[in-house]
Design a protein around this ligand. Sequence first.
Ligand SMILES: [Zn+2]
Length: 221
Amino acid sequence: MRTRWPACILWMFFLILFFGLAQAGAQTRDVRVAWVPDGDTLILEGREVVRIKGIDAPETAGNGRPDQYFAQEATARLEELVQDRGITLKTGQVSEDRYGRTLAHAYLPSGENIGLLLVREGLAFYYPHEDQDESISRALLRAQQRAINEDAGFWPRVLQQHPEVETWVGNKRSKRFHHPGCGYGQRMSGHNRQEVETLREAFYAGYAPCRRCTPWPDDDM
Ligand SMILES: [Zn+2]
């Protein structure tokens, strides 16, 4: 006589397999930070480089370029948040970026998401990409909208840049936006294209600036 597996055991087997695969690659670990090179990057003890996921902060000086506006403020705040205490990293399915840096959300011992705190204070902006937890993405965008509404951090000056531009071009698929003169924006297919009138509107909708045509000012104040 042939043995038949009860249906509920088979279901349990599939569920365990399914959730096991979904969790593969996701990892949580406690680490200590050795130093902070800019407002979205951590160097751990042991020299591992961690790029905080879901945010982007103004760039500090390098390659002959000066600091971008608010780079020092963002770096100092991140330093203050992580110094002298352990933090927790959570990586997702994609645990490294193309430069070999660990991509992770970072949490204080209180459980607060460090990227979210920086966005909330107007020291970093929301940087959407694939493999991002939807609830964290929504929280980051809400925090950014609040920071814009409250003129927090860099927002007042950043949103005044390029008043001469009448239409910025957003890409609905990549969630990046471009200056109308940028080749990347001009080559975009009509299907993905969304025009927005102001920088405020672009950031409010969750678009992040293209790295080539970024409207970010240098820190020349
Ligand atoms: Zn561009």
